[in-house]
Structure formats: structure tokens, C-alpha cells
Design a protein around this ligand. Structure first.
Ligand code: EPU
Length: 420
């Protein structure tokens, strides 16, 4: 099994191009199912999760073709409507086909995802909303079977904002008669990007980016072309890598406003941040001022950058409190960071990070995508060699991370290890 080997202590310098957003690419691929015409998506990141979503679409009957960073999806032959457990278990975002399949065929069978390494992550809010739109839902052998002869517009209030829930319902509502109002909807940029694609496909949607989204359903959905937005989480990860290594890095092809919450915290920690419309240049040097963060829905501090910011606070001059409010179990990186010499104690939803002078290389194990990223960052800043096992998590969401980091001057490489 492959491992990452990092010799820490090199300052990163130069510029890095940010890829398209995985979490915008996945719903966009699912949205292709809403039409029987071809949709072409560009700026698609070549990451494993995108490959898994393409495999799911192909299993449903779609034909996929790739040219450079563009993916075209021909859905004229789609004739199946089930997302099996093997795929949903591997990638929870597979549930995003539920809304489009229900819209197009009046039927969808989607396996319940079950728990994962960051929390329970139920999809009850997705299903409750589909029922409000008029679908019947039955659980058969772990799969939710949804059927609807017609979908009817409805007022849907989400108990809590859910990103993929909002996306799923927005897609289903394009086929519902009349108006659907999504209240307490997620405001993430990826939701806005999906709404823009759906509008290009023919949908009538307004309010995306606010907590109330209005969809007037029943429009004929056609093929479209669309460029996926940049990955704000990838951008944030490289921003932290620059500061932790005492370097200076310019992030290009991105939108700094999408990571304002992180950049403000980095400024408070003592980093220098210079923004243009499409770039950010970050420089920093440990020890950082300790800065507390508390994760929240957009535009709050993203849970997907919590682990990376925690890695940075390991090198603070004092104690920082990192509170995780989105997922109940997203601290799996803490014991691994401690193996690298960090001093972190978890109490309830908060991690108390007492800064240390230096991190020291060790063998650590990645548990999920963003936890892996935090270990890479810590390894880049640590003395001596760090080896990260189970690195396949990283490939789910970061395009060529070690290549991008090497180009910035990091000593990092992939090796075939004997790890578990
Ligand atoms: N929730 C429910 N019931 C539901 C749906 C969600 O209780 O039916 C809860 C979740 O358990 C969680 C909270 O609501 O506690 C918010 O979860 P949300 O539904 O917003 O998460 P998601 O849509 O499953 C997306 C991203 C995640 C990201 C979260 C939060 C995609 C494909 N995934 O997940 O990305 O962490 O939003 O921003 O968009 C990642 O990229 O590493 C990743 C995990």
C-alpha cells in the first residue's frame, strides 16, 4: 500500500494553481441525469471521488468522455435508477443521484450510507424533503426506494442546513409542479455553482447563496456547458502549508472571498495575506499567535479546514481552542498529530491545542480526506522524516498534492510501503 514520505523543514515558495472543486464537481455530475442530452463540465478535478461518481453514472447507463479537464456526460441511454451500497459506502456523495433520478424517472433506489469516520451522517433530511415533494419512501434491505408518479412543489424547512441535502432537493424540485421553497438551505458556494448549472440546463431557480431558495419546477431540462468553481478547501490547505513552513506561496485560479473566514484567522495568527480577485499570496512564520476557531456552515469557518488549521495551531505560542460543530467525530487526526509531537487534548466538541516549538517526524495514519491533509501539513513543518500511511484518502479529493507541493519546494514523495 502506498505511503507518503516527507522530509520536513523546507520553506515552500512559488505559486500553485488551484483545481476545480470536488464538492461542486460531484453534484454537477449528478445533475447531468436530469436531461437526456449531453452536458459538458470543465475545470473538473482529476480526483478519485470524481472517478467514482463517473463510474456510478456509467453503471446507470450514461456514457462519459474526457478531454483534458472537461468531462462530457451523455445521459440519453440512462435506464437504471439505483445507487448500490458498494458505491454509496465508498463515497457518500453517491446519494446525490437520488434527486435527479426521482426527477427524471419518478423512481430512485439509494442505499443508506451508514456511519463514516467523521460521524453518523444520516440522510434523513434528504428523504423527508423528497416525501414533502410527494415521493413515497420505503426502506428495503438497507436501500431507500423512492417513487413518485408526479412531484409537487412544497415548502421545505431543513432542520439544519445540509449541503448535499439542499443540492439533492434543488435537483428534484426542477421536476416538481409549481413552486418549491427551500428554507434554512445551505449557502455554500458549491450550492450556488450547482444552481448556476441547473439554470443553464433550463431550471428556474433563485436565491441560491441565501438561506431561502425558490425553484419553479416543470421546465424541460437540456444539456449545457459549465465551468466548475475553484476548490476553496484545496486553496485553504495550500494557504496553511505556506505559513507552516515559513514560506511564501501564491494561490492562483481561485476566489479569495470563498475562504475569507480562514484568511482572517490566518491574519490574526500573524500571517501576511495579500488578495487580488483571483489570487492570494500568503506568507507566515511559526510561532503563530494562538487563534480559536469554531466550525460553522458557510460563510463560517469550514469544517473541511478544521484539521489543517489545527495543524497550524500546533505551532502557536500558547493555547488555541478548535471547536467542531458540524460533525460529531471529526478529531481522528488528533492522536496522529500528537504522535508528531503536538499537545492536543479533546474535551467534548473542542480540542485544546497547546502550541509546541517543533513537530518531530514519525509514522502516522490517515483516517479521512481532510485529516490526511493536516498530517501532510504537519509533516512538511516537522523535523526529519514523516511517513503517512493510508494515503488513499488524500487521492479522493486532492489533485496531485505531492506534485504540487514538490513544485513549491517540498521534499515529499510516494513510496510503496508495508503499512496496513
Ligand atoms: N445531517 C443530518 N441529516 C441529513 C443530512 C445532514 O443530520 O439528512 C447532518 C450531518 O450529519 C452533519 C450536518 O447535518 O452533522 C451537515 O452535513 P451536510 O449534509 O451539510 O454534509 P454533506 O452534505 O454530507 C458536504 C461535503 C462535506 C462537508 C460538509 C459540510 C460534499 C460532497 N460533501 O457533506 O465534504 O464536510 O458538506 O460542509 O459536498 C469533504 O470534502 O472532505 C467533506 C466531508
Amino acid at each position: 500500500m502506498q505511503e507518503l514520505r516527507i522530509i520536513g523543514g523546507r520553506s515552500l515558495r512559488g505559486s500553485v494553481q488551484i483545481s476545480g472543486a470536488k464538492n461542486a464537481a460531484l453534484p454537477a455530475l449528478a445533475a447531468c441525469l436530469l436531461t437526456n442530452q449531453t452536458t459538458t463540465l470543465s475545470n473538473m478535478p482529476d480526483v478519485k471521488d470524481v472517478g467514482s461518481m463517473c463510474a456510478l453514472l456509467e453503471a446507470l447507463g450514461a456514457r462519459i468522455s474526457r478531454v483534458n479537464d472537461s468531462i462530457s456526460v451523455d445521459t440519453s441511454n440512462v435506464d437504471r435508477h439505483n445507487a448500490p451500497h458498494e458505491l454509496v459506502r465508498k463515497m457518500r456523495a453517491s446519494v446525490l443521484v437520488m434527486g435527479p433520478l426521482l426527477a427524471r424517472f419518478g423512481m430512485a433506489e439509494v442505499a443508506l450510507p451508514g456511519g463514516c469516520t467523521i460521524g453518523n451522517r444520516p440522510i434523513d433530511l434528504h428523504i423527508a424533503a423528497m416525501k414533502k415533494l410527494g415521493a413515497d419512501a420505503t426502506l428495503i434491505k438497507g436501500d431507500t426506494h423512492l417513487t413518485a408518479s408526479t412531484l409537487k412543489g412544497a415548502r421545505i424547512y431543513f432542520d439544519r442546513p445540509t449541503v448535499t441535502g439542499t443540492e439533492n432537493v434543488m435537483m428534484a424540485a426542477t421536476a416538481a409542479d409549481g413552486e418549491t421553497l427551500l428554507e434554512n438551505a445551505a449557502r455554500e458556494p458549491e450550492v450556488v455553482d450547482l444552481a448556476e448549472l441547473l439554470v443553464k440546463m433550463g431550471a428556474n431557480i433563485s436565491g441560491a447563496g441565501t438561506d431561502t431558495i425558490r425553484v419553479i419546477g416543470g421546465q424541460l431540462m437540456k444539456g449545457a456547458t459549465h465551468e466548475i468553481i475553484s476548490d476553496r478547501i484545496e486553496a485553504g490547505t495550500y494557504a496553511v502549508s505556506a505559513a507552516m513552513t515559513g514560506g511564501i506561496v501564491t494561490l492562483t485560479h481561485m476566489n479569495p472571498r470563498m475562504i475569507s473566514s480562514l484568511l482572517e484567522k490566518m491574519r490574526s495568527a500573524g500571517c501576511k495575506v495579500v488578495e487580488t480577485d483571483t489570487t492570494v499570496t500568503i506568507s507566515g512564520l511559526p510561532p503563530f499567535k494562538p487563534v480559536d476557531i469554531s466550525t460553522a456552515e458557510y460563510p463560517g469557518f469550514p469544517t473541511d479546514l478544521q484539521a489543517q488549521f489545527m495543524a497550524m495551531m500546533c505551532l502557536a505560542d500558547g493555547e488555541a481552542v478548535i471547536t467542531e460543530n458540524i460533525f460529531e467525530d471529526r478529531f481522528k487526526h488528533v492522536p496522529e498529530l500528537n504522535r508528531l509531537g503536538a499537545e492536543i487534548v479533546i474535551r467534548g466538541r473542542s480540542a485544546f491545542v497547546r502550541g509546541v516549538k517543533n513537530l518531530l517526524g514519525a509514522i502516522v495514519t490517515a483516517s479521512d480526506l481532510r485529516a490526511s491533509a493536516s498530517l501532510v501539513l504537519a509533516g512538511l513543518a516537522a523535523q526529519d522524516e514523516t511517513r503517512i500511511l493510508r494515503i488513499y484518502h488524500l487521492d479522493r479529493g486532492y489533485y496531485r498534492m505531492e506534485k504540487k507541493l514538490s513544485a513549491l519546494g517540498a521534499d515529499i514523495g510516494r513510496i510503496d510501503g508495508e503499512g496496513p
